[in-house]
Design a protein around this ligand. Structure first.
Ligand code: BTN
Length: 249
């Protein structure tokens, strides 16, 4: 892959989207800082200097139904890279990378911000974007935001960074681990699901998932290909394909 580096950019996803629409593949857009970083559900994403803000344009020759798997794969790749530098990160469905707060002896403030989820501070988030039809994806990109060398006071509420956990780390090496893991994982759906389960902090928890149409509450019991969460509710097991998940207990 080729890397396009920017000291500062609006959003690496927006730049990657332009490249993807032009037909570029296997390119990674990386920036030291984003001035208009975007998160899921129209949220903004704080992207001060020192983080990894990267968007990778992948080979889109897979069915759109498999796209959620790519998001899970990116989460697994990020956790691999965090664990490689000694940070015990976990995954919250579908794509948040958290660090348990237990060691800090207190709950994170509660509020409406899902980043403040009980028992975890957010280390990384993933925003996958695509264009195409179910049988034909024309382009696909994965945006990865990872708080790396960012001091605690420069982080948003409910967030943490690798620096805060273990001290400053080599950003280039971390990004390389992520990209290598991701390219191996996208070709191996079984391993993605297996590793996702192993890294998960969602499974076994009581969750509430807001799908935009309804709220589904119950115990998260499994994750299934291509990335659905199985929730055991009062009215039986429900398979949730997309939504915003909150860990209740
Ligand atoms: C989320 O958890 O809501 C997803 C956050 C995704 C942030 C990354 S940073 C690199 C890429 N460029 C963006 O504007 N967003 C993604």
């Amino acid at each position: 892959y080729t890397v396009e580096y920017h000291d500062s950019i609006g959003s690496t996803n927006d730049r990657a989207r332009e490249l993807a629409a032009d037909g570029d593949r296997d390119v990674v857009v990386v920036a030291d800082e984003q001035t208009g970083g975007r998160g899921r559900l129209e949220r903004s994403w704080d992207s001060p200097p020192g983080g990894i803000w990267a968007s990778t344009v992948l080979d889109p020759s897979l069915p759109a139904a498999h796209v959620p798997l790519v998001t899970l794969a990116a989460g697994v790749a990020v956790v691999d890279a965090c664990r490689a530098v000694g940070v015990d990160a976990t995954l919250k469905w579908p794509n948040d990378v958290l660090v348990d707060d237990d060691s800090e002896g207190g709950d994170v403030d509660e509020g409406d911000d899902p980043a403040d989820d009980r028992g975890g501070r957010k280390l990384s988030g993933i925003l996958t974007e695509m264009e195409g039809e179910a049988d034909r994806v024309s382009w696909l990109l994965v945006g990865i935001g990872l708080n790396v060398n960012i001091a605690g006071d420069a982080l948003p509420a409910g967030a943490t960074s690798l620096q805060e956990q273990v001290g400053a780390v080599d950003r280039r090496a971390v990004l390389q681990t992520i990209l290598e893991s991701l390219s191996t994982l996208v070709a191996d759906p079984d391993t993605v699901i297996e590793q996702w389960r192993a890294y998960s902090s969602t499974l076994g928890r009581t969750v509430r998932v807001d799908t935009g149409r309804e709220q589904i509450e119950g115990e998260a019991v499994d994750v299934q290909f291509p990335g659905a969460l199985v929730v055991d509710t009062d009215s039986g097991e429900q398979i949730v394909h997309a939504g915003d998940c909150e860990h209740l207990r």
